[in-house]
Design a protein around this ligand. Sequence first.
Ligand code: NDP
Length: 253
Amino acid sequence: MTDNGKEAARELAGQVALVTGGTRGIGRGIAEELARAGARVAVVGRDEGRAAATAAELPGGGHRGYGCDVSESAAVNALVERVEADLGPVDVLVNNAGITEDNLLIRLSDEDWDRVLDTNLRGAFNTIRAVARGMMRRRSGRIINVTSVVGLVGNKGQANYAASKAGLIGLTKAVAKELASRGVLCNAVAPGYIDTEMTAALAPAVREELAARIPLGRLGTAEDVAGVVRFLAGPGARYITGQVIVVDGGMVM
Ligand code: NDP
């Protein structure tokens, strides 16, 4: 992705961004874009080696990788302490880590429900709670949650995932209202179908059918989402909070 002229270039210079699920897919695209904007990025995934390898490949310097399961609150608290000791206070938090365990409602197990809710929704709560005190004290901060169009319109076979993503939208709005007076902004991006490992399993015929339902005629890319996250993290979004920005090529409108 190219910068929108000189003024936008490196608008996050000197800032620290923590991106969960930054090791691949959309999260990796976000980590790259925030690094291009000048931020030092803490890349978080479950495997520290993989996270460190991704961090080393980001543009610019000073990035670090961290292993942490975001569903574990004690581990997340320890993660934020480590990141702040290594890189400095977290200015931008991107809650992108997410999983699916799809099945028809009557076949969904308790474990399928818990795993998805624990990662996608509790994980975001854990990280927000861990960074909120510092952001409030500093009277600045940006929190960006990666939800999904499925959280807005539902989807067959994804009751757990849709509930987690709809929950994330409620969480976004509650946090936005609670922290606005302290200068902390919280928004969400809701991608449609984005070409990543998560959607790679779709059969070619299904992908073609999906593309035909998208007004812009193609699946999205990680960069399509990352550009919006960069905007929400930057100075141009200073009067925006509690919003859900849909990034889906016009599929849901
Ligand atoms: P991927 O499966 O490609 O990547 C998921 C990322 O999340 C990986 O970096 C993975 O890291 C990390 N992760 C998973 N579980 C945990 C955990 N418990 N703790 C920490 N990190 C974890 O997914 P996508 O890039 O496709 O999706 C990214 C986000 O975007 C998700 O929230 C997803 O729901 C959302 N989204 C995706 C869409 C799509 O079409 N692809 C559409 C709409 C929303 P590691 O394996 O290294 O731990």
